[in-house]
Design a protein around this ligand. Structure first.
Ligand SMILES: [Cu+2]
Length: 166
């Protein structure tokens, strides 16, 4: 008798675990490309069917919405950026050659052309990049941003082990 009573509980717990683990994998939170760093994901906007597109980009504490923009090489994209947060944010990208700060409650417009020398162009907020305020413009789902290094990060290639000279 005792052992049969535990079976419904196990089923209930298993169902509960399934619900909680299944939820974060829903479409809205899945990254379409690999950026190789922490990203707070707030959706993807697909404008790749157009030769030019205008879209609203929300800058908030501390994420971009949409976080990913699907585009095509050569496409001209105009972002109408709105800072809905309480902190200043930037839309910064070496690959897209843009760097624009937007203060809280303010908006700004920015236009760039999607380059053809890569498939993923990372953008970030200079203040909150490590907090996951990162996103990407991409032309191919599943591609990786690592293919096109955007900034020369410090690699341990300097000669002389133990040398602290700069
Ligand atoms: Cu920020």
């Amino acid at each position: 008798m005792r052992s049969t009573r535990t079976i419904p509980l196990v089923v209930a717990v298993a169902a509960l675990v399934f619900v909680f683990t299944a939820a974060p994998v829903s479409a809205a939170s899945k990254a379409p490309v690999k950026l190789g760093q922490k990203v707070t994901i707030k959706g993807t906007k697909d404008v790749s069917s157009k030769s030019s597109a205008k879209l609203t980009m929300e800058l908030d504490d501390k994420y971009f919405a949409p976080t990913f923009i699907k585009a095509k090489a050569g496409e001209k994209i105009t972002l109408e950026m709105e800072n809905d947060g309480n902190l200043p944010h930037t839309f910064t990208s070496d690959g897209l050659a843009v760097d624009q700060q937007v203060d809280p409650g303010k908006s700004a417009k920015l236009t760039f052309t999607v380059p053809s020398n890569g498939q993923v162009f990372q953008f970030h907020c200079t203040f909150h990049e490590t907090a996951g305020m990162v996103g990407g413009v991409y032309t191919k789902a599943g591609a990786s941003a690592n293919a096109t290094p955007t900034s020369p990060t410090a690699t341990n290639s300097s000669s002389g082990a133990g040398s602290y000279g700069y």
